[in-house]
Design a protein around this ligand. Structure first.
Ligand SMILES: Nc1ncnc2c1ncn2[C@@H]1O[C@H](COP(=O)(O)OP(=O)(O)O)[C@@H](O)[C@H]1O
Ligand SMILES: [Mg+2]
Length: 111
């Protein structure tokens, strides 16, 4: 069965400086059934000052990617160049379905 793929949408901001660079990032989980490739050679440049969305079906690797970007999970190979400045007044926020626990009204308000 083909693995669902996350899709990235390029913006017209290619001339802006890159804030986050993801290079050849792969993540392989060791499972009881053998190795499972969750991320396969992902490359993304995210420009400064942009909202950037990664959209894809359940299981395509969105959370795994964010966990690696946030330092909660280690990549199997490849890298992510984010400045480690999350402690105070962060100018990058990684949000994984941040409003999923809210009721419909508040979710719409915050979105
Ligand atoms: N710790 C893990 N061990 C084995 N497989 C995992 C682990 N974490 C995630 N996966 C698998 O990796 C794939 C991507 O998961 P995930 O990043 O949570 O997807 P998404 O957030 O896009 O729904 C899924 O098939 C999931 O079952
Ligand atoms: Mg997820």
């Amino acid at each position: 069965m083909q693995k669902p793929q996350a899709q990235t949408v390029m913006t017209k901001s290619a001339d802006l400086p890159v804030k986050i660079r993801i290079q050849n990032l792969s993540k392989v989980f060791e499972t009881r059934r053998g190795q499972f490739v969750a991320l396969d050679n992902v490359c993304i440049d995210i420009p400064d000052g942009c909202f950037y969305m990664i959209v894809g079906p359940s299981g395509c690797g969105k959370t795994t990617l964010l966990e690696i970007m946030g330092g909660l999970e280690m990549p199997s190979s490849g890298s992510v160049a984010i400045a480690q400045a999350f402690a105070n007044d962060p100018d990058i926020l990684l949000m994984d379905e941040p409003f999923s626990a809210l009721d419909e009204q508040n979710k719409l308000l915050l979105q």
